[in-house]
Design a protein around this ligand. Sequence first.
Ligand SMILES: [Zn+2]
Length: 321
Amino acid sequence: MNEVNEVNEVNKKIKSILGLALTITLILSGLVYSSVNAQSSDDTLNVVATTTMLADLSRIIGGDQIAVDGLMGPGIDPHLYQASAGDVTLMQRADIVVYNGLHLEGKMGEIFENLNRQGVYVIRIEDGLDKTVLLTSEDDPNVYDPHIWFDVTLWKQAAQFVADGFSSADPVHAELYGANLEQYLKELDELDAYIRGRVFELPEAQRVLITAHDAFRYFGQAYGFEVRGLQGISTAAEAGTADVSRLADFIVERQIKAIFIESSVPSKTIEALQAAVKAKGFDVSIGGELYSDSLGDAASGTESYIKTLRANIDTIVDALL
Ligand SMILES: [Zn+2]
């Protein structure tokens, strides 16, 4: 082998090594490219919502662009709900967290503050509401009543606020969120008309709603009901025997036909009230179960906000008629 041939052999080897290196580089960059691509084609946002009402609302406004995890299931009391370590991790990893505020999630306040600091996009429904129509606690004028979902007009404001929040967190899909909102606002108007129609069936004197806790004051304000709860606007404080006796007197005096248990509050308080009324020589029936601080479930056909509010007004009017 002469010198020229030897140089040629070396050149060939170098070329084949370079070729292999180039191929490997192309394969690797192809892999990197396809993984970025996969990520950008799956651009759904992860939303965590606290209550069943807010999970339902988020799913409706977000449509296919949003994957929603709800923290609280049906029948869970948000006033008393303690977030687990898993819940906190879920919220920290979310793109958006939606919560009610007005101290509804009374034991979670600090967690939300931290999320804000950690850069999670937080939607607090409280900030989207017309404060002039909000009710305050009868015991403390500085404490707002958090049960805003029972006035459909306020829930329309909540829907608007969620759509605005999703749109500013994800402007690319703002048009979709806006269209979903428009459609939903129409359905909420139909719901409002349905509720008013059913209330109209009841003579005015019979429009009195007595439940386990003060969850229905917005309902009362919006639809012309006198509303009494055995416990206050939070279930955190227990009703005393004096409260039971006072409410029993009211029921006897007004000859009220029915009182209602709530799906997220133990029924024993309302049963105690019924017994106290009986002891005063009057019979009040238990008119059924209302969904107060959580929606129902698919098994009972009440898994959405609209279905739940329809079921509630049917239960109320049918029992009081
Ligand atoms: Zn409540």
